[in-house]
Design a protein around this ligand. Structure first.
Ligand code: GLY
Length: 423
């Protein structure tokens, strides 16, 4: 098969690593890719939102499948254009992708289809939103409506911080993504991420993980795209998995199909495990980043048949995927200043060495100079991932590998998986 993979982050490096391992693959092209992905196939410099450019590339390379990594491509309508061009595509059409690209849409969707989530209100005017805060109690959850790379969510301990978050979002910090804000009830419980694949009709469970959203140890600091993950997530008891599938994932697939946009791809269900069962925190219309990294380390089955089956409506014909019994941990190395103002351009040494069995370092935001020097080129820069027979072993291996990377311009959390350690 010829496969085009769209995206350039750690998630896409992990997908490329797993796709490349498939005996079904003849050619892997990545657009635009990153220096780590360059070892796995050919990179083409086409942006993830350049829909005509990506469709033309898919045609030129006679792609049998296009795999969409990032949400920006979903929102840009890449799947819609590929479907029109007759190219099989893993990733939902934009109308289905609204489950991620608009938090206000998703809240209304939950109301329409009876999915459990937190109480909420949607505002377009800052003064009205500030008055609306009175309907909630602290901590206040203020979210920009649209895509903001994980940075549009503020958990505000007091009114002043919540009001500043409203001003920030509605004042244009996130561009069009902040044209509306959603204020919602703070949910108590433990957060978890569950993944389900769907081909428009059939859906299957595709693993679980837990992420650390805050920038600093002890769940302190601003929200980020994710600072580290582990899989499986112990919060997912068989009961919670069953409840999440039957109360959130399956109703979402049925609901979005009923609204005229059958879902083809992966749905990332981020939920709060409360005393009353799972309640939706948010949906994402793609794999999590860095949740995908730990899932790919643990996936024993060939990934490609599952991606293709989602695109072609053949998921019913596949057995459930097989997962390693081992635990995977991912530690994100981020550039100083992330998430607000990451300092890029700093030199990184030792990222491409052999770290030994079960340790993989994915590139997330790097660039390579013509002389081979590797430099930071984004906020989240490297993902250091390890498999171990126990959570403790996986974590130790990941942090030993982190210690071997020489990057004074970066930082990372030292407490990834503290909840799992404490169990
Ligand atoms: N790690 C959270 C996300 O991908 O949205």
């Amino acid at each position: 098969m010829n496969i085009l993979l769209v995206g350039s982050g750690g998630r896409e490096h992990a997908l490329a690593w797993k796709i490349k391992a498939s005996p079904l693959v003849r050619t892997l092209v990545m657009a635009p890719g990153n220096p780590g992905m360059a070892a796995l196939g050919e990179l083409k410099s086409v942006a993830p939102t350049d829909v005509p450019g990506l469709v033309a590339l898919a045609r030129d390379m006679a792609a049998d499948l296009v795999v969409i990594g990032p949400e920006v491509s979903v929102e840009a309508g890449l799947a819609d254009a590929l479907v029109s061009a007759g190219v099989p595509c893993f990733g939902p059409v934009a109308a289905a992708g609204q489950l991620e690209s608009s938090k206000a849409f998703t809240k209304g969707f939950c109301d329409r289809h009876g999915l459990p989530t937190s109480a909420y209100r949607v505002f377009e005017d800052a003064a009205v939103a500030k008055v609306g805060l009175k309907d909630f109690s602290p901590p206040y959850v203020v979210k920009a409506d649209g895509l903001a790379a994980g940075k549009g969510v503020v958990i505000a301990p007091d009114l002043a911080t919540a009001e500043a978050a409203i001003d920030d979002a509605l004042g244009g910090r996130f561009g069009g993504a902040g044209a509306r804000v959603v204020i919602e009830e703070f949910l108590e419980g433990e957060i978890g991420s569950l993944f389900a694949l769907c081909d428009g009709r059939t859906s299957i469970l595709f693993g679980s993980a837990q992420d650390h959203k805050r920038a600093f140890d002890g769940e302190q600091g601003p929200n980020t795209g994710g600072m580290g993950t582990y899989s499986p997530a112990p919060v997912f008891t068989p009961t919670l998995v069953e409840q999440t599938l039957t109360r959130l994932a399956e109703p979402a697939f049925a609901g979005i199909a009923a609204e005229g946009a059958p879902y083809r791809g992966v749905l990332f269900v981020e939920l709060m495990a409360t005393r009353d069962g799972p309640r939706l925190v948010e949906f994402n219309a793609r794999f999590g980043d860095p949740e995908c990294q730990v899932l790919m380390l643990r996936l024993k089955s060939d990934l490609v048949p599952y991606l293709l089956a989602c695109a072609t409506g053949r998921l019913h014909a596949l057995p459930p995927p097989e997962w390693s019994d081992e635990v995977a941990v991912c530690v994100v190395l981020a550039a100083e200043g992330y998430p607000d103002a990451p300092r890029t351009g700093t030199e990184i040494r030792g990222a491409d060495q052999d770290f030994g069995e079960g340790v993989v370092v994915f590139h997330a935001g790097t660039r390579r100079d013509p002389d081979g020097t590797l430099r930071a080129a984004g906020g989240r820069v490297l993902n250091v991932c390890a498999l171990g027979s126990s959570f403790e072993e996986a974590r130790l291996k990941a942090y030993e590998a982190v210690a071997r990377i020489d990057w004074p311009g970066g930082f990372h959390r030292r407490d990834i998986g503290w909840r799992a350690l404490g169990r």
